[in-house]
Write a protein of this length. Structure first.
Length: 381
């Protein structure tokens, strides 16, 4: 049977639904598309109510839920209110390298305030000459006594002007063969220059931009973990976040699918309901089945993750699959709503633009395939 399955449930679902209603998150998500800004008030409210960092440990201020439960709740949040607040909920997860490898002082200063929605920590990996191929990062952190001197540029980064601090990846010294190192860099240090760049297709609230580091002196105790081990630290974070992002994209796809299924059952053209035309009904039947199949795939990846299994490839494929399946379903929702479907009067066009980022952000779909291919042929093709 195609996906007429009920929205996955959780003991916290009622509380979450009430929070969404109380803070008008669905409406706010649409407003933030028209007037892009970082939603400070909602971020704070989410922190106070415990909606930031669902899988983050209690010591780091999170709810410490198993990933499969977090997936259900994020799916639900995205279904009710689009991607904005579901992604906001993941900000502590995006900073796990800080929580797990920062000094006790850094943790106290940044980790708990982040989960409480009082301080925003960005992630800065991408550079003008290196994004997917992150081994080629050029930002250099040169050790000088008890500090590092940072020089380089990060680009495409979310919250370029809003984040109070950022986890910045670079290399120590000029040796390109040496591994990448992670740092926590307060963004008000002298020599940090940041500005927002172009307006994005979707996810506009993230206000992406460029951050340049000109001889920025960073205390050495702001290094996260050991030199050269940044990738090793961030890898499990990327796997977890890709699987959870997949749950979010499917929630958005589900919302559009349900709405268009209801619409075509009521709207008539050429003497019968739109659902009476096979050219309309069959793609929607397929979308329902695809959404359901992808959800089962994502759910299994999340369960395997919480059992401590290796799911790098599965999480990568989950993000790719969820993005594709959701985008196709939303595209059909635009199409079968006709002229209004193409307009901002209905939520589908924004949903399409927001979900479209999933094929690029947190690793492009092609790189997700590369990860899966490496798992299939570990010694090369
Ligand atoms: C909404 C959004 C938010 C983002 N937020 C952040 C952030 O907060 N911090 C941050 O550091 N970055 C962020 N990014 C940047 C994002 O991580 C990078 O854009 C992404 O990793 C790709 O890097 P790139 O842009 O340099 O593309 P490139 O690496 O130059 O790749 C360009 C394209 O080439 C293709 N490609 C690349 N490698 C391969 C390959 N091996 N095989 C086949 N095809 C390939 C892919 O289609 C890819 O999209 C964000 C991006 C988006 C869209």
């Amino acid at each position: 049977m195609p996906a007429r399955s009920p929205l996955p449930d959780d003991p916290l679902a009622g509380e979450l639904d009430a929070f969404v209603r109380q803070h008008r998150l669905a409406e706010r998500g649409r407003e933030l598309d028209r007037t892009p800004e970082f939603p400070r008030a909602e971020f704070r409210a989410m922190g106070e109510a415990g909606w930031l960092g669902l899988t983050t440990s209690a010591a780091a201020g999170g709810r410490a839920l198993p990933p499969s439960r977090a997936g259900v709740l994020l799916h639900r949040l995205a279904y009710r209110a689009g991607t904005v607040f579901a992604k906001l909920a993941l900000q502590p997860e995006f900073s796990s390298v800080l929580a797990e490898h920062g000094s006790p002082t850094l943790r106290e200063h940044w980790v708990l305030p982040l989960a409480a929605g009082r301080r925003l920590v960005g992630n800065q990996l991408t550079e003008p000459a290196a994004g997917s191929d992150a081994q080629r990062l050029e930002l250099v952190a040169r050790r000088e006594g008890d500090s590092y001197l940072l020089n380089g540029t990060k680009t495409e980064v979310a919250f370029a002007e809003e984040a109070e601090a950022a986890i910045v990846y670079g290399r120590v010294g000029d040796d390109a063969t040496q591994g990448i190192t992670a740092f926590l860099v307060p963004q008000d240090l002298r020599g940090v220059e940041r500005h927002r760049t172009a307006t994005d297709l979707g996810e506009r609230w993230q206000r992406r931009g460029t951050v340049a580091y000109h001889d920025v002196r960073l205390p050495a105790d702001h290094r996260l973990g050991e030199e050269g081990r940044g990738f090793e630290y961030v890898r499990p974070e990327l796997t977890r976040e890709r699987a959870l992002l997949a749950a979010i994209y499917l929630g958005v796809g589900r919302a559009s699918w349900e709405e268009v299924v209801a619409y075509v059952g009521a709207r008539s053209a050429f003497g019968r309901t739109l659902s009476g035309h096979e050219a309309v009904a069959f793609p929607l039947v397929e979308d329902g089945a695809r959404l359901e199949a992808a959800w089962l795939y994502v759910e299994r990846a999340l369960r395997r993750l919480e059992n401590g299994e290796e799911v790098d490839a599965e999480a990568a494929l989950a993000k790719w699959m969820a993005t594709e399946v959701a985008l196709r379903a939303i595209d059909h929702a635009i199409q079968f709503h006709g002229g209004r479907g193409y307009s901002a009067e209905l939520p589908h066009e924004q949903r399409w633009r927001d979900v479209r980022s999933g094929a690029i952000a947190h690793g492009p779909s092609e790189v997700m395939h590369l990860i899966a291919a490496r798992a299939l042929w570990p010694r090369g093709g």
